[in-house]
Write a protein that binds this ligand. Structure first.
Ligand code: AGP
Length: 611
């Protein structure tokens, strides 16, 4: 899940590419590189972040009106200068950047070695590049033709951008399984893994589809399929402002995005929820309500934080809609040969809309005749385009690698979906229905209240930042929130943390408890509360440090806890949107206090576009 950027036009390409790579750095930051065409090919690349390459190139002649750039998340070949992209072909005339994985690269590499090729890196990318050049030379054909022939023999996922020293204005790009957006300017074109590198120059974009090739010149964009047939580009207008992808005065995108949640939840409800009239307007659900209401089960497919949102939804949908729900890790579901019947409803949850495991899992379910409903944040992303219907979470661009505002927006959408189905199925009475619409409506203001805990949570972070391990416990709706809290801490601070259903403790993990172990309870008032209080007592009895997220006025939990984070009262169905926020802040402040790069944690990337 690398970041790719390209530019061809009349402006200086280098500054545009470097700025674009910085915007895409959340996709991977193991190494960086650019290739420029100016009377020949110039390639500059280095292990490390974009800023490190930039510093190394100060004073160099970087003039060029065409170039490609890459920020890497290593898959084949460790992070190093020689494995950094762009790679140059054996002739030295072609340069290529790649996002994805070529699964049959070993076989191709052996063929090329037999033909005398030598490789400078361990990457699958350099193999594909030389494979393309080999076809070009042997068939004496154009680069475009060679790419088409080569891609028909490639197995895997890719976005590739190529430039040729003999063709000083053209970038050739191709896509399968990884995202590619082309920005249309006046006499110039921009290419990127998403729209952020081009947002300040144009709002006119084309989302390239799988098995499409783009031949891009300053004043011309040609789209073709691998069968060499022309395709009319479908130009869309971006509805994102530049400010949305800036830090807006916050130290980190993660803190900005945590603090945006009152607005992002509101934006997610706006135009959909009318708590006074008692209506929920969601065309994607409304137009397919029959499928939902007659579904014998709903299968939720997702990864990471989105999977945790799916787990909360399991509790909500089963309670309100009385439809059995299974929550599947996409990576397991896609290989398990699952039993899927035609008409089964699949709900695919993804912030980026590009997560490879989720994308392939829904393709598999689609082949078996399932109905795919996507819940996605990134407009125009692959999962949004491959789903039969869906709902956007409208949380705006999320730059911090750790998902925060999109988790609460996913919960808001899932709760509205469940309420709409329950209303239609009459599995909820009018009073409860109206009450929950009111609870949803009031959630943004309650989250605003929770954010006032920031200072207090920062002091708790100081107190617990040196703990070696953490346990997060919750029951019912709060169990997935405990999992999410643990994931946030792991991602951001690199502290080992585990989330568990609180009652599971006595079946083993309680052996871990001693005075050095902080045990975070997600214990807001709900139908499980009494039980979770006794779990607190179990931990207390073994001298564990009890740190609790509780509902205002819950004196019992205060008395059992070493430290508390108090949130406003709310119905148990919407409470996860409140109780997760203190956990996001705790992870953030511990990460900052430990000097971690909280927006770009080690070994991670924002959207996992490879297996
Ligand atoms: C969460 O903070 C992580 N970024 C990660 O677990 C993420 O949730 C997962 O990769 C799924 O991503 P998606 O929602 O974009 O599909």
């Amino acid at each position: 899940m690398c970041g790719i950027v390209g530019y061809t036009g009349s402006k200086e390409a280098y500054p545009i590419i470097i700025k674009g790579l910085k915007r895409l750095e959340y996709r991977g930051y193991d190494s960086t590189g650019v290739a420029l065409l100016n009377h020949g090919l110039k390639v500059y690349k280095k292990k490390g972040k974009v800023a490190e390459l930039e510093d190394a190139l100060v004073g160099q002649d970087l003039h060029a009106n065409i170039g490609i750039g890459h920020t890497r998340w290593a898959t084949h070949g460790e992070p190093s200068d020689r494995n950094a992209h762009p790679h140059t072909s054996s002739s030295g005339k072609l340069a290529m950047i790649h996002n994805g994985i070529i699964e049959n690269y070993t076989k191709l590499k052996n063929e090329l070695i037999k033909n005398g090729y030598f490789f400078h890196s361990d990457t699958d990318t350099e193999v594909l590049l030389n494979f393309i050049e080999d076809i070009k030379i042997n068939n004496n054909c154009s680069l475009e033709e060679a790419i088409r022939v080569a891609l028909k023999r490639v197995v895997g996922a890719y976005v590739i951008l190529m430039i040729d020293a003999d063709d000083p204005e053209t970038i050739i790009a191709a896509r399968k399984g990884s995202p590619l957006v082309i920005g249309i300017g006046k006499g110039e074109h921009f290419l990127g893994s998403d729209a952020s590198p081009m947002l300040e120059y144009t709002k006119e974009v084309v989302y390239v589809n799988d098995y499409e090739l783009a031949i891009v010149k300053p004043g011309e964009l040609i789209l073709k399929n691998l069968g060499n047939e022309k395709i009319t580009p479908f130009v869309q207008k971006l509805d994102i402002e530049l400010a949305a992808i800036e830090k807006g005065g916050y130290d980190h995108f993660m803190l900005k995005e945590i603090n945006e949640q009152p607005d992002t939840i509101f934006d997610c409800l706006r135009g959909r929820l009318d708590a006074d009239k008692g209506t929920i307007t969601m065309a994607g659900v409304g137009n397919n309500i029959e499928k939902f209401c007659t579904a014998s089960r709903i299968i939720i497919i997702a990864c990471g934080t989105s999977w945790h949102a799916g787990l909360v939804a399991e509790y909500i949908i089963e309670e309100l809609c009385r439809i059995p729900v299974e929550v599947e890790y996409a990576s397991e579901f896609r290989y398990r040969n699952p039993v899927v019947h035609p008409g089964d409803v699949i709900v695919a949850i993804s912030q980026s809309g590009e997560t490879a495991d989720t994308l392939v899992a829904i393709e598999k379910a689609k082949e078996k005749g399932a109905f795919i409903f996507g819940i996605v944040n990134v407009v125009g992303s692959s999962i949004a385009r491959t789903s039969h219907a869906g709902a956007y979470t409208h949380a705006g661009p999320e730059i911090g690698v750790a998902s925060t505002k999109t988790f609460t927006a996913q919960l808001a959408v899932l709760t509205m979906v469940a309420l709409k189905i329950a209303k239609e199925k009459a599995t909820i009475n009018e009073e409860r229905y109206m009450h929950l619409l009111k609870e949803l409506h009031d959630t943004p203001d309650k989250v605003r209240e929770v954010l006032k805990l920031s200072g207090h949570i920062k002091s708790l972070a100081k107190k617990y930042k040196d703990a070696r391990d953490f346990l997060y416990l919750g029951r019912g709706y709060n169990f997935p929130v405990a999992l999410e809290g643990a994931l946030k801490l792991k991602e951001i601070s690199y502290i080992h943390a585990e989330g568990y259903p609180a009652a599971e403790m006595k079946h083993g993990p309680i052996a871990l408890v001693d005075e050095s172990l902080p045990v975070v309870f997600v214990a807001t008032k709900d139908s499980y509360h009494e039980k979770v209080v006794s779990n607190m007592q179990e931990i207390k009895a073994r001298k564990g440090k009890v740190v609790s997220v509780i509902t205002e006025g819950d004196e019992m939990s205060v008395s059992l806890s070493n430290d508390v984070m108090i949130v406003p009262a709310a119905d148990e169905i919407v409470a996860p949107m409140l109780s997760v926020v203190p956990l996001q802040l705790l992870a953030y402040y511990i990460g900052v206090l430990k000097g971690c790069d909280v927006d770009k944690p080690r070994n991670l990337a924002k959207s996992v576009t490879v297996e």
